[in-house]
Design a protein around this ligand. Structure first.
Ligand SMILES: N[C@@H](CC(=O)c1ccccc1NC=O)C(=O)O
Length: 213
């Protein structure tokens, strides 16, 4: 059984305020005498579920074609912030230790409850502190996934979490749809499209339950 945890790359999906939303234009239409309908996609690469490329935060860092396929496939732990965790409160090392126990998994996805999957762009969402992001990558994390639009705070311009994660050789997934998925261990089956030269790439992401022996 699969959970599809992707937010669609779609006109109905709210983009980041003032960013370019998704649209599908038409080069030609059957109704106008063409042999085929031929679409043209126009969108920010940050609409719907996507993986940021390191290029998103540094012009000399790698672009979307360099996102490593293996990071986005494999075992992942889905955790959820407690219902009383305020959107303004940080995800600290202490919060992570409470949710993860002593062991930092290779891949972690967190449900904050603040997501465009709800149909509207959230006013605020919790984010890792820079220390917590550094702590995660120092303990072997390679992928940090969130349901929120960004791993950093909405108003952040320094983007310390992106910097700590990419600087530590790890990667991110943003805009995941996690509302109906129970917390636990899963196999992640996700992949950024092989888009060249961009600062992010759209992703289709699935979770498959791990059958415990
Ligand atoms: N917080 C930034 C904007 C920002 O982070 C952002 C804008 C559009 C698309 C993605 C963004 N960041 C997250 O990956 C700013 O206020 O300038």
């Amino acid at each position: 059984m699969f959970f599809d945890i992707s937010v669609p790359f779609a006109a109905a999906t709210p983009p980041w305020p003032d960013d370019v939303g998704f649209s599908c234009g038409w080069t030609c239409r059957r109704e106008e005498g063409s042999s085929v309908n031929l679409g043209v996609l126009h969108s920010s690469a940050h609409v719907g579920t996507h993986a940021d490329a390191p290029l998103h935060v540094h012009s000399s860092w790698p672009a979307s074609e360099s996102l490593p396929a293996s990071v986005f496939v494999g075992e992942v732990q889905l955790i959820a912030l407690p219902a009383d965790h305020d959107a303004a409160s940080d995800i600290t090392v202490e919060v992570l230790q409470r949710l993860l126990g002593a062991h930092v998994p290779t891949r972690v996805i967190v449900r904050t409850g603040c997501s465009v999957a709800s149909g509207t762009f959230p006013a605020n969402w919790p984010a890792l502190t820079a220390d917590a992001a550094t702590w995660l990558v120092q303990h072997g994390l390679t992928l940090w996934g969130v349901d929120a639009p960004s791993v950093d705070r909405r108003t952040s311009t320094a983007l310390p979490v992106h910097n700590a994660i990419f600087g530590g050789g790890a990667f991110v997934l943003e805009n995941l749809a996690l509302e109906v998925v129970p917390i636990g261990r899963y196999e992640l089956l996700a992949q950024p499209l092989a888009v060249h030269g961009a600062d992010a790439a759209p992703v289709r992401a699935l979770l498959r339950a791990i059958r415990e022996k």
